[in-house]
Design a protein around this ligand. Structure first.
Ligand SMILES: Nc1ncnc2c1ncn2[C@@H]1O[C@H](COP(=O)(O)OP(=O)(O)OP(=O)(O)O)[C@@H](O)[C@H]1O
Ligand SMILES: [Mg+2]
Length: 368
């Protein structure tokens, strides 16, 4: 804490110094500039009076003097900026030069066409690069095409890690993941990610319009599809609140950086709508219903079920109510599967699931 305090004080000191100097520089240079003009006028006026110089020459001289002076001022500013530019350029270069650890295979295998969206985990274990402890251990399960699967578990049990392995944000440490029977490490990254609609736990929007955000995966998506996606994602209130009087479509409403002008729940629904516009074969929702109230959550899931058709859906959630109606549910605890089955089966057989469910039941009953 002391070191942080010290660093902050140093920074404040430096900034104050730099700004004070900058503030002093401004009047100083203006004074010098105008002083110079006055000096030239003073000397020039005498010469003009003695008829050894013409007024035009004097004016030209003033202009030249100003330009030379101004150039020197710019040069000094440049010297202040150069070190900053140097550091910034290095940082950008560092990012650009970083080699991605997840790469396309040498001889990519195409995914079957049309795709049967099955997902198969075979003895998958995973630890983060550089970490010693395994975050996931011996995960084996199969999601059949068109199924909706819920994943539940306490915080830090590895839910996000597990589903991040599917679009290959990380590669498995041991075991393999197959989509439609093909090991995902043999597929080109673009092909793999094209068939997945992923909604992250942290919603992220970009500055632009609602339409530009929704069209992120598909630039040519027609307006009706955007509206339909918003409708399924229960975005009525977003549409209503952004429908301006000037007759512009609510899709053209502005989105600030990181979606700062939307509420948490609105951001989540916009990110869900973005995935829906893509119409992929596999949907992955990482705890993205958490900011929605139970009613909206339920309506959204009902609309979603109709919308996704034959696509495979994986829903991660902390809330039993959100995943209760899934075809089956996977219970994770400390990186291991501790239960697998429907809500009723798990209530009867899985202690951890029952514990989570019972602790939430009161809320659900009250809200239903
Ligand atoms: N990038 C990372 N590097 C190292 N360890 C990580 C990283 N991300 C997560 N972990 C660790 O992996 C474990 C599982 O994290 P994960 O994000 O998968 O949990 P989760 O089940 O999604 O939790 P939550 O419900 O809070 O989202 C945690 O112990 C976490 O500390
Ligand atoms: Mg998570």
């Amino acid at each position: 804490k002391r070191r942080f305090d010290q660093a902050n004080r140093d920074l404040t000191g430096t900034f104050l110094f730099v700004n004070r100097v900058a503030v002093m520089m401004m009047p100083a240079t203006t004074l010098l500039m105008n002083g110079l003009t006055v000096l030239i006028l003073w000397v020039g006026a005498h010469q003009v009076a003695q008829a050894t110089m013409r007024i035009g020459d004097m004016m030209a001289f003033i202009q030249y003097a100003m330009q030379v002076f101004f150039s020197f001022t710019m040069l000094s500013v440049l010297f202040i900026l150069l070190p900053r530019v140097d550091i910034a350029a290095h940082r950008v270069a560092d990012v650009l030069e970083t080699e991605a650890s997840i790469r396309d295979p040498e001889e990519p295998v195409p995914l079957p066409e049309p795709l049967t969206p099955t997902i198969e985990f075979r003895d998958v274990s995973f630890r983060y690069p550089g970490a010693e402890e395994y975050v996931l251990r011996d995960i084996t399960f199969t999601v059949r095409a068109g199924e909706t699967v819920g994943i539940i578990g306490t915080t830090g049990s590895g839910k996000s890690t597990l589903i991040n392995l599917i679009p290959r944000f990380y590669d498995v440490t041991e075991g393999e993941i197959r989509i439609s029977g093909v090991d995902i490490r043999q597929v080109r990254l673009k092909d793999l990610r094209d068939c997945i609609g992923y909604v992250p736990q942290q919603s992220n929007l970009f500055s632009g319009t609602i339409a530009s955000n929704l069209r992120f995966a598909d630039e040519d998506a027609p307006e009706e599809r955007l509206m339909k996606a918003l409708e399924v994602a229960q975005g009525h209130d977003i549409i209503l609140s952004r429908a301006g009087d000037d007759g512009r479509s609510p899709l053209e409403a502005e989105v600030a950086q990181h979606g700062a002008n939307f509420s948490g729940g609105q951001k989540q629904r916009l990110t869900i709508a973005r995935a829906l516009v893509k119409q992929p074969s596999i949907y992955i929702f990482d705890d993205c219903f958490s900011s929605l109230d139970y009613r909206t959550d339920r309506q959204l899931r009902r609309a979603l079920r109709e919308y996704v058709g034959g696509s495979t859906v994986i829903i991660v959630s902390q809330r039993v109510a959100t995943i209760k109606d899934a075809d089956w549910i996977l219970v994770l605890d400390e990186g291991c599967i501790v239960g697998q089955g429907t809500h009723e089966e798990l209530m009867a057989t899985c202690d951890i699931y029952r514990e989570i469910a019972l602790s939430q039941l009161k809320v659900v009953v009250a809200q239903d």
